[in-house]
Every structure is written in C-alpha cells, then in structure tokens.
Design a protein around this ligand. Structure first.
Ligand code: ITT
Length: 198
C-alpha cells in the first residue's frame, strides 16, 4: 500500500519519509506521483485547518493513504507568533537563517524565551474523511543561531531537557522527541489499525 505525502518543503518531506519508514508502506511525495506542483493557499487560522486543506489538495489519489503536515513555532512573548505564519514570517523570500534572525530580533533582551513547535498532521484513508492529530515539543529560544542540522527554526530552538538546539542535536535525537515524530506516532497507530482491518 502507498502513502503519499503532500508538502513542497523538501526537508520536511525527508523527515516525514524517515519517520514513516517502519510502517511497511511505500512512501512517496505527491510530486513523484502526480509529476506536477500544487500550491495551497494556507489561509487557515489553525494548524489543523491548513493541514486539512493541504491533504485535500491531493484527494484525487483515492487508493492511497494521504498525509499532510502543517507546523510552526509558537513563541509565548509574541502571543504565539509566528504560529501558522512560520513559513513566511518576516516576509516572502527570506532564507531559513534570515527568518530565525527575524524572530530573535523581536525578542532581543527578553527574558522569557519559552516557545514550542507544533505539528498537525492530516491523514486520509481510502474512502474515509480527513482526520487530524497534533504533536508538540516545548522548549526555549537561544540568543543566536546554533548548529547546521535540520531546517527552519531548528538553529534557535532548544527542546526541554537539552542544552543544545535541534540543529546541534541532529536528526536522530530530533526524530525521537520532535513535534513531528509525536504527531506521527499517533498517525502510525491509525495506520496499523487500518492495515489490520484491511
Ligand atoms: P508545505 O506547506 O508545503 O508542507 P511549508 O514549509 O510551507 O511546506 P508549513 O506551512 O507547515 O510548511 O510551515 C512550517 C514552517 O514552520 C517551516 O517552513 C519552518 O519554518 C517551521 N517548522 C516546521 N517544522 C519545523 C521543524 O521541525 N524544525 C524547524 N522549523 C520548523
């Protein structure tokens, strides 16, 4: 059975593919299957709404298990921003590093650094409605970019219980504790139930 991921973010796709490796499913990105690019306007006010919108963009693939991820960084002193705007915070066309710097500038000299990564995954099984699950990892923001692994805001996020950023800790540790792996653990339970019944 195939699992098809909707995402235009290569590094996110790679993480999702790594984390789904042990399901026994054949995992593809939608562009490998459909040979074209689909743009989804992410105008939802919640991660769940945007993840749902993304997964429905490939609902023509009726035989496959479909997955989409909407995720982001919530900073407490910024009232939860960048939140659903994480991918475009600070303006279109910025690099990941520039976006990290933009966030850090807004909380320069601020003591309360608490933040979290949130990941909503929307999943569709053949002939079933959309379901969503969420994973969260709590942490704190650094004062400067640290490390090169991962993507997005990884160089400025230190997960609770650690003293280095996700970008310093590397993929193996990130995959054990990240918002994405926590959401995918719930997805995998659903996949196992589905495979047992079908
Ligand atoms: P798709 O919508 O095509 O999947 P995207 O990059 O636009 O790709 P989102 O709308 O979900 O994805 O935006 C998520 C942004 O939040 C992402 O671009 C990163 O900046 C940040 N982000 C999400 N997960 C992250 C992670 O694990 N590590 C670091 N930053 C992350």
């Amino acid at each position: 059975m195939r699992c098809v991921i909707f995402s235009n973010n290569q590094k996110k796709c790679q993480e999702l593919q790594d984390l789904l490796q042990d399901t026994g499913l054949e995992v593809f990105t939608y562009s490998e299957v459909l040979n074209r690019e689909i743009t989804v306007i992410e105008d939802g006010v919640t991660f769940d709404q945007n993840a749902t919108k993304k997964v429905l963009a490939i609902s023509q693939l009726k035989q496959d298990i479909l997955i989409a991820d909407d995720s982001g960084l919530e900073v407490d002193v910024l009232d939860g921003r960048p939140g659903v705007y994480s991918a475009r915070y600070g303006g279109e066309g910025l690099s990941d590093s520039q976006r990290c710097e933009h966030v850090l500038r807004q909380i320069e000299n601020v003591k309360n650094r608490s933040a979290r990564f949130v990941c909503s995954i929307a999943i569709v099984f053949p002939e079933k409605p959309v379901e969503t699950v969420q994973g969260i990892v709590e942490g704190a923001l650094t004062g400067q970019l640290q490390g090169n692994a991962g993507f997005g805001y990884d160089p400025i996020f230190i997960p609770v219980g650690y003293d280095r950023t996700f970008a310093e800790l590397g993929t193996e540790i990130k995959h054990k504790i990240s918002h994405r792996s926590r959401a995918l653990a719930q997805v995998k339970d659903k996949i196992n139930d589905f495979l047992a019944e079908n």
